[in-house]
Write a protein that binds this ligand. Structure first.
Ligand code: RAM
Length: 927
């Protein structure tokens, strides 16, 4: 979604708008009126709500997707009040109406402590509608606040009927012409000129593609930062559309809109080398809606009057393989008005149909968010030079290099070097190479448009060897979904901080419109099992609620009629069975998002999918024992099995399947309880009891030894975390698990399924000391082992690489996989000790787990009510903690592991400190 400019909205929407009124839009002024009416009341008004957001956290979006938005706000932390007891929201089609009666919705005073996810209850908003909203609240002693600042919201095109535009493509790519694969992979260029008879009051561009596009207006990029739009959804069902405010970019007289277009995920090859199913040619769809200052409306839509060519400089583009650019094909000013397009053809145009839903993009697009300069130049010889960026990352390079006419420049990428060798085997069939063919001898500037690479090193060859390479020849442009990283954990231990950094980079590299397993090889898919491992940590680390909610919509669309959830979303024909522990994303992700945010909408939206997945589990079970296929405890270290089966670990597959069956039923039951689905609650409880019983008797003997398969750490972790033993058995199982860890010299022996459960199970067993040992292990398999071997991201395998032996030769070996970043959840829930006890952290427990490994740790947890802040220090046996409890929240101190605890606020000691109200606290105690 476009980040809007409030001023421009005001300018364009409120016509004519007097200066006095603009001034009066501020919170203080809108309360001024009340002040005049009732001076006494105004004096006692408390601070206005802040952080006004809609949906999953959008501030004043343009091109928004929900016709009944959810509203959220916060009480400022410096407010004199502690909690909200009531609120009032007003929504209006003009800001003036706030001084009389807002026309769209006035909630009136609602007694509620909820500050988030409040559903709009006026008439559903329509496409293009621009609205204004504000909120005020009453505190715990019923004192009213000032009104908030007025916030805006503008909708995108919500339904296909809003589009008059047609899908266009180059005529040679019309299906009737049977376009070859080469033609499909050759980017297309489009342009259209038009005249405006007056100045522009307001202009919006609605645009999308089957493929990926780059739009221009009068020669300028519509957005220099947005890349690979519209991103990846199940294209045969739904394509997201982008909205851009072009009000300030159009001229009286002639204008030109233009775009380039490539295959992206739509027509390029996706997944392994087999014949791609995506052989449909890319198409562009654009609708520019203009209102002139005299009120005239003019709409420019893609149709057969647009001009098209495939003779542009980007000769080839592919996500996996890279881009080929030929300077001889450059078309100076091709996207400006003064250009002769007579050699171009008229576009081929196709009506849109309703089979593919066109919907506003519901999360931030992929953007260029950062730039990295090389930290070193390596291995320079006459033919090539290697640039080291010091960080495994995802994006594209911007080259500023000397070239020689007709001497091709080659740009290659690698995640790592081993003893100087530029290693690309782990990209498998992905060529990930850019070629630039210069027509002249000069310095060129080039950055690829329609591809992306996962890399730390760039090898450049074919440049002008008469010039000495310099670091400023190449800059790396970091790209990912434009989410906000909180950068919210730090400690006294550098290697732990490095791990946190690696996990952040793992997130950055793989949150590429969808959650990718890896960003570099011929795969880059939305694997569901990986997402299960990382959804919650990612919610602690970054503002990713919108990102995950959007992906869940794709998951709902990809669910089969019988409830089956594919292994990766969006689905493409490659591996077409379902796996336990992977498809359970259908229940795990909605539930985790709900507990992290407190937003019931996420459960309501996904509840049917959850239930259908449970039904699918049932269809794959006999007498409550699952027979579903599984990838098992994927990439478990030291597997007993050999060959290909080794990847799946040693934990019995049916045990895994049945455990996840129980888990999915349990989470669906919890969702049913929140949503008050009484009939389902009864049925799901009964089903859960049956599975639990079957699990216990089928897989474990009296001594709790697994009857089938190995006694693995993961077998016990699953049973314990998913509550499948009774209280007595639980203690015994904890002992057995701890013994197994001991036999491994306090190392983990877990893969993708077991690892996410380790910390929670061990903390529950009172063994945080053991978690610290696992976490601080330096030897294989461990997190620090990867750091000791040079990791700057998290790896796919515990032993992907070693400085001594080089790369793990196994074919599947990415150095940028986020799954094992799962451990960062414990940074917040264990090290900092913040655990929610009510959804969305409205109430939370504070129980930091201290250890001799750390003298200090600090961080924040971003909640719907504001930031929980904690900073603790240990000196000898003295512990001191600074804690901030956000407004409208409560903290339960659980410091039973400390003695002589004192709690003070503003220097004054408090006697009753089990439950803390909002504020800043200083806590002291002894270990
Ligand atoms: C590989 C990837 C992915 C994993 C699947 C089972 O393709 O490692 O992360 O989920 O296998």
């Amino acid at each position: 979604m476009n980040k809007p400019r409030l001023n421009s909205l005001f300018k364009s929407v409120v016509k004519p708008l007097s200066l006095a009124l603009v001034v009066c839009l501020s919170a203080s002024c809108s309360n001024e009126k009340e002040a005049l009416n009732s001076p006494q009341q105004t004096i006692s008004l408390i601070a206005a709500p802040i952080e006004l957001k809609v949906g999953e956290g959008f501030k004043a979006p343009v091109g928004y997707y929900e016709s009944t938005p959810r509203f959220s706000w916060q009480m400022p932390q410096n407010s004199q009040s502690s909690a909200q007891s009531a609120y009032q929201i007003q929504v209006s089609s003009t800001p003036e109406l706030f001084s009389t009666q807002p026309d769209l919705w006035d909630s009136s005073k609602i007694n509620s402590t909820n500050t988030s996810w409040i559903h709009y209850q006026g008439q559903p908003l329509s496409s293009r509608q621009q609205v204004y909203w504000r909120v005020r609240l009453w505190d715990e002693s019923d004192k009213a606040s000032r009104w908030s600042d007025v916030q805006t919201l503008e909708l995108g095109l919500l339904k296909n009927e809003d589009w008059q535009a047609k899908w266009i493509g180059h005529p040679d790519t019309a299906l009737a012409n049977q376009p070859s694969k080469d033609l499909i992979a050759t980017p297309q260029y489009f342009r259209k000129s038009f005249t405006l008879s007056n100045k522009v009051a307001d202009a919006r561009l609605y645009i999308t593609a089957k493929g990926v596009f780059k739009p221009y207006i009068n020669g300028d990029e519509v957005s220099a930062k947005d890349v690979m739009t519209p991103g990846w959804t199940p294209y045969s069902q739904r394509i997201e559309t982008l909205t851009y405010d072009l009000t300030d970019k159009l001229n009286l007289g002639e204008n030109t809109i233009a775009a380039s277009l490539a295959g992206g995920w739509y027509s390029a090859r996706v997944a392994d080398l087999k014949e791609p199913e995506h052989t449909l040619p890319p198409r562009l769809l654009a609708q520019l809606e203009i209102t002139l200052i005299d009120g005239t409306k003019q709409t420019i839509t893609t149709d057969e009057t647009w001009k098209a060519t495939q003779q542009g400089p980007i000769r080839f583009a592919s996500n996996y393989d890279g881009e080929r650019y030929d300077q001889a094909f450059e078309m100076p000013n091709w996207n400006r008005t003064k250009f002769d397009s007579s050699s171009w053809q008229n576009a081929y145009a196709q009506d849109i149909d309703n089979a593919i839903k066109l919907r506003p993009k519901r999360h931030e697009p992929i953007r260029i968010v950062d730039e990295l300069s090389p930290i070193a130049l390596l291995e320079h010889n006459e033919n090539s030079v290697i640039f080291d960026f010091g960080q495994n990352m995802v994006g594209v390079p911007r080259l500023n290099i000397p070239v020689v006419a007709n001497q091709q420049v080659k740009v290659e990428f690698a995640e790592a070097l081993h003893k100087g060798e530029f290693y690309t085997d782990n990209y498998r069939s992905a060529l990930s190479t850019n070629f630039y063919s210069p027509a002249k001898t000069e310095f060129i500037q080039y950055q690829p448009t329609f591809t992306f690479h996962g890399y730390r090193y760039i090898k450049l060859s074919g440049f002008d060897a008469s010039k000495a390479p310099s670091k400023d020849w190449v800059t790396s442009l970091v790209q990912h979904s434009d989410i906000k990283l909180y950068n919210n954990f730090n400690s006294s231990h550098p290697k732990l901080n490095k791990l946190f950094s690696n996990i952040n980079w793992g997130l950055r590299g793989n949150f590429y419109d969808i959650p990718l397993d890896c960003p570099q090889r011929d795969e880059r898919l939305g694997w569901t099992g990986d997402a299960n491992a990382f959804v919650t940590p990612s919610m602690y680390i970054a503002d990713v609620y919108g990102f995950w909610s959007a992906w869940l919509e794709s998951m709902r669309e990809e669910q089969a009629n019988d409830g089956m959830i594919p292994l990766y979303v969006p689905f493409i024909t490659w591996i077409d069975w379902a796996s336990s522990g992977w498809g359970d994303a259908a229940t795990i992700i909605p539930w985790e998002l709900y507990t992290m945010t407190g937003d019931e909408t996420i459960l309501a939206e996904n509840y049917d999918m959850m239930k259908k997945w449970v039904d699918y589990h049932t269809s794959q079970s006999t007498n409550s024992i699952s027979k579903m296929k599984t990838f098992g405890d994927w990439l478990q270290p030291y597997p007993k099995a050999e060959g290909k089966g080794a990847n799946r670990g040693d934990t019995d597959f049916n045990l895994i399947g049945t455990a996840f069956y129980a888990r999915s039923v349990e989470l669906t039951l919890k969702a049913a309880t929140v949503l008050q689905k009484q009939a389902d609650i009864d049925a799901l409880s009964a089903l859960h009891a049956r599975i639990k019983n079957a699990f216990r008797t089928h897989f474990f003997d009296e001594q709790l030894t697994p009857k089938k398969g190995e006694a693995t750490q993961t077998a016990y972790l699953l049973a314990l975390e998913f509550n499948l033993f009774n209280a007595q058995e639980k203690l015994k199982a904890q002992e057995l698990l701890i013994a197994l860890i001991g036999q491994a010299d306090n190392h983990l022996r877990t893969g993708f399924l077991g690892t996410p459960l380790l910390t929670s199970v061990l903390q529950d067993a009172g063994r945080s000391d053991l978690i610290y040992q696992l976490l601080f292990k330096e030897t294989y398999p461990s997190w620090f082992y990867s750091i000791n071997n040079g990791a700057t991201t998290t790896w796919e395998r515990w032993n992907s690489y070693s400085l001594e032996d080089g790369f793990n030769p196994q074919g599947m070996n990415s150095l940028n996989h986020y799954a094992y970043g799962t451990v960062s959840r414990w940074f917040y829930e264990g090290i900092l000790g913040i655990q929610q006890t009510l959804p969305g952290f409205k109430e939370f427990k504070v129980s930091p787990q201290f250890s001799h490994y750390l003298d200090q740790a600090n961080g924040t947890v971003h909640t719907m009510n504001g930031e929980i802040e904690i900073n603790w220090f240990v000196k000898a046996d003295e512990v001191s903690i600074n804690l901030v409890v956000p407004k409208n929240s409560a903290a339960i101190l659980d410091l039973t592991h400390l003695q002589a605890v004192t709690v003070s606020q503003n220097g004054i000691q408090i006697s009753n400190h089990e439950k803390l109200t909002p504020g800043e606290y200083q806590i002291n105690g002894k270990l």
